[in-house]
Ligand binder design. Structure first.
Ligand SMILES: Cc1cc2nc3c(=O)[nH]c(=O)nc-3n(C[C@H](O)[C@H](O)[C@H](O)COP(=O)(O)OP(=O)(O)OC[C@H]3O[C@@H](n4cnc5c(N)ncnc54)[C@H](O)[C@@H]3O)c2cc1C
Ligand code: FES
Ligand code: FES
Length: 490
């Protein structure tokens, strides 16, 4: 084993940083504002909701330099080794002129009190880099994770539409620096594990997946940190200690997604953004669902493996993956075992993960030809909201009769859970309105939901039943599926 490096190395704008004293729970936002005096990046909510803290993080992905907007408030320094952090201070041209995104925000009055503005600018900058002339839908998606209490958004959207008419940003800092930055990041890669601090101050960045397995065998109680969109809030909202923290976000071996023999294999470190188009092509309902998870920043950071490992009863990925019949591969040291995903969730907050084990991958069977698969997420608002109830339906229908049924819900029990009684009431029956109405009684056998701030028990039960009705209506073609795109069209 090569000796561990005792510090993080990354780029901040155009400066090379070497940090030997990063704490495991030190957020990028605190570091920027308190230690670097870069106060353009704001703190609004400190929980990934408002986007005031948006910065771009660039990393090498298969040799390509990719920039993504992230929430600095819930991103830890330990996740930045080998990355390029770009803050709003880096946007203006070398001659001091505003970047097209900034100039458009000025000209279209996209800013009032200004508190949210750097975050919007960074999100729009990220959008402009990947899509210089975006559609309204792209603009809305890019801004799902940014809140403004002043402008009413229309001015910001007008600015976003206009950016393309400000030229293609020939003097844009990142465009000019791209090759140089890629070379600098490559030069930082030394293939070594990073270890900093001891006891309550300990953080580890494994060098590879094998190294991660070794680290966790030696320290089975360590906190695994992937995208930190859950763990970040443990720190900023619940003041929990996470040391020793093991950062796995840089392990590209965990970020592969592939299809073979009727299965999709998703590495535990694949983010929602990385998975989105791949899954949307093969299982369209999952693409639509991903668009409603968090905002762009959360989707860029958060991983599907983290959603599974976290085991929340209102996590969005478990129900559809259970309905599809997915299995999860767990690894400890060199040993692997495979568990049906539905058996992985044992009780509230308790998963079938042994000390020292980590989630390595998910294996998802593709729906068979002719099978029907849909997912419906019920929330108080369309964008960036946590599930009140979510239903995933996977039915085989042959000759008008239900030949197989796998149905799972989130938000209806202490864990993501299959609706086995409902499935039994449907299987072997004609796929008809009468069968559906008769099966509704079985929901009481499957679920006893609770009331909380997101929904009452009665609401959850009624919504869950209505989702089955909706699935019936959509699969039988009696009505077209309806999706809210822009509110004024609804
Ligand atoms: C603003 C906001 C909006 C959100 N919206 C949604 C939403 O709409 N729907 C939804 O489902 N979730 C949502 N979330 C929650 C979160 O984004 C997801 O649960 C996400 O998938 C977690 O992934 P992560 O990589 O960030 O996990 P982390 O926060 O890094 O880790 C989560 C848990 O999983 C463990 N873990 C991570 N990777 C592994 C691994 N490979 N092996 C073993 N354990 C592991 C960690 O130790 C921790 O216990 C939201 C979060 C925020 C902040
Ligand atoms: S401060 Fe609100 S998302 Fe970070
Ligand atoms: S301009 Fe005031 S919060 Fe957006």
């Amino acid at each position: 084993m090569i000796e561990a490096r005792r510090g993080l190395r990354f780029l901040l704008n155009d400066e090379e940083i070497a940090l030997a004293d990063a704490a495991p729970d030190e957020t990028l936002l605190d570091w920027l504002r308190l230690r670097r005096s870069l106060r353009g990046t704001k703190e609004g909510c400190a929980e990934g909701d408002c986007g005031a803290c948006t910065v771009l993080v660039g990393r090498l992905c298969g040799g390509q330099l990719v920039y993504e907007g992230v929430n600095a408030c819930i991103r830890f320094l330990g996740s930045l080794d080998g990355c390029h952090v770009v803050t709003v201070e880096h946007l203006k041209g070398r001659d001091g002129t505003l970047h097209p995104v900034q100039q458009a925000m000025v000209d279209f009055h996209g800013s009032q009190c200004g508190f949210c503005t750097p975050g919007f600018v960074m999100s729009l900058y990220g959008l402009w880099m990947r899509s210089p002339d975006p559609s309204d839908e792209e603009i809305e998606k890019a801004l799902q994770g940014n809140l403004c209490r002043c402008t009413g958004y229309e001015a910001i959207i007008r600015a976003a539409r206009a950016v393309s008419s400000y030229g293609q940003g020939g003097t844009d800092a990142l465009a000019l620096e791209r090759d140089a930055v890629a070379s600098r990041l490559k030069a930082m890669r030394d293939g070594r594990r990073v270890e900093i601090g001891e006891g309550r101050q300990r953080l580890v960045v494994p060098a590879s997946v094998d190294d991660l397995a070794a680290v966790l065998e030696a320290e089975p109680a360590a906190t695994i940190v992937a995208g930190s969109t859950d763990v970040g809030l443990w720190v900023t909202k619940f003041m929990r200690e996470i040391s020793p923290a093991v950062f796995i976000g840089g392990l590209q071996e965990l970020q592969a997604i592939s299809e073979a023999n009727g299965f999709v294999t998703i590495g535990a470190g694949v983010s929602y953004s990385q998975a989105r188009s791949f899954l949307a092509q093969r299982i369209p309902a999952l693409g639509t669902l991903i668009d409603r998870i968090g905002g762009d920043q959360v989707r860029n950071m958060g991983t599907i493996g983290g959603n599974i490992a976290n085991g929340s009863p209102i996590g969005d990925m478990p129900p559809p993956l259970i309905a599809l019949g997915a299995t999860v591969t767990l690894r400890r040291g060199g040993e692997r075992r495979s568990v049906p995903l539905e058996d992985f969730f044992i009780a509230y907050g308790k998963q079938d993960r042994r000390p020292g084990e980590f989630v390595e991958a998910l294996h998802v069977p593709l729906p068979k030809d002719g099978a029907h698969f849909s997912v419906y997420k019920v929330t108080k608002r369309r964008d960036e909201d946590i599930t009140a109830a979510l239903g995933a339906f996977h039915l085989g229908i042959e000759g008008g009769t239900v030949s197989s049924a796998r149905i799972a819900y989130g938000g209806m029990a202490a864990t993501p859970k299959r609706a086995r009684a409902v499935e039994a009431a449907l299987t072997g029956q004609p796929w008809s309105q009468e069968t559906v109405e008769a099966a509704l009684a079985a929901y009481d056998e499957d679920y006893q939901p609770i009331s909380d701030m997101r929904a009452s028990a009665e609401y959850r039960m009624l919504a869950a039943k209505n989702l089955l009705r909706r699935f019936f209506i959509e699969t039988t073609g009696t009505k077209k599926p309806f999706t809210v795109k822009r509110y004024e069209e609804a």
